[in-house]
Design a binder for this molecule. Structure first.
Ligand code: ADP
Ligand code: TYD
Length: 250
């Protein structure tokens, strides 16, 4: 059974106990920067310590969201207007927040999400030149300002990461996605916007150099999660080692 700290709510005649709210961690970065790899390593590390984890992704993560994802990534939809693209990203996100993220956090589970609003700011705000203002306004209007407790941002070279993503899509889908079809200057704007967000939101965003070996990056992420959420976990984490002595106190 999951070990969890229970919060007592005193009423006049009864005491209701519910789990403390879970943590919401997003992963951001260029296509192919290693987000999925690091998410799955962190999820394993957390689960070994008895923490219940929900893994999800954007766009997608719900049946409706996956349908929207297919529209967004399809190279045949080349004529999609940037504002249509942004609206579809938020449509998928609104569904994901309402149906998956909020309920999981309420149950006391941790949510690890592959991309969130920062991707819209980087790709639609920066890449498509819509600007940050409209993205942040939609975040406030449609998501009530919902923001991750922590964002792990993987910083990588454009050429290396995008060519990895293209190779993976060719292998698994037989074609590149609509975004992977974009040119160098598009990705340069995306990368610049990610770095701008990291500099602006230092408290929330942990920027890490994704050019290093997978295990080195993983250990740094585990150390950061442990430091940020010392209220939720006992002691120091020493990496994804099943014998490490960690006890979650949710
Ligand atoms: P993303 O989810 O950001 O698109 P992935 O985690 O799918 O990226 O990684 C893309 C590819 O790069 C995969 O083949 C993965 O094994 C590889 N990869 C991920 N991280 C590293 C790393 N630090 N060093 C070398 N290769 C990596
Ligand atoms: P993803 O599957 O995470 O791509 P990858 O694994 O290659 O990093 O995301 C799909 C694409 O959608 C990706 O190219 C980035 C783009 N995207 C946006 O343009 N805006 C957004 O808000 C999100 C969430 C994704």
């Amino acid at each position: 059974m999951t070990r969890q700290k229970l919060v007592s709510i005193s009423g006049s005649s009864s005491v209701v106990r519910r789990p403390a709210r879970g943590k919401f961690i997003s992963f951001e970065g260029m296509d192919g920067s290693g987000k999925s790899t690091q998410i799955s390593h962190l999820a394993s590390a957390l689960r070994r310590r008895g923490i219940e984890v929900v893994l999800t992704r954007e766009p997608g993560g719900t049946p409706l969201g996956e349908t929207i994802r297919a529209l967004l990534l399809d190279v045949n939809n080349r004529g999609m207007h940037p504002t249509t693209e942004l609206s579809l990203m938020f449509a998928s996100r609104a569904q994901l927040v309402a149906m998956v993220i909020e309920p999981a956090l309420e149950r006391g589970e941790w949510v690890l999400c592959d991309r969130f609003v920062d991707s819209s700011e980087a790709y639609q705000g920066g890449g498509r030149k819509l600007g940050s203002g409209i993205v942040l306004a939609m975040q406030r209007a449609l998501l009530g300002g919902r923001t991750p407790d922590l964002t792990i941002m993987l910083d990588h070279d454009i050429a290396e990461s995008v060519s990895r993503a293209r190779a993976r899509s060719l292998e698994t889908e037989g074609k590149e996605s609509r975004f992977e079809n974009e040119g160098h200057y598009f990705f340069q704007r995306v990368q610049e916007t990610f770095r701008k967000i990291a500099a602006r939101d230092k408290q929330r965003v942990f920027l890490t150099d994704a050019r290093r070996p997978i295990q080195v990056i993983h250990e740094e992420i585990v150390a950061e999660v442990s430091r940020r959420f010392s209220d939720a976990c006992d002691g120091e984490w020493t990496g994804d080692n099943p014998t490490a002595k960690m006890h979650p106190r949710r």
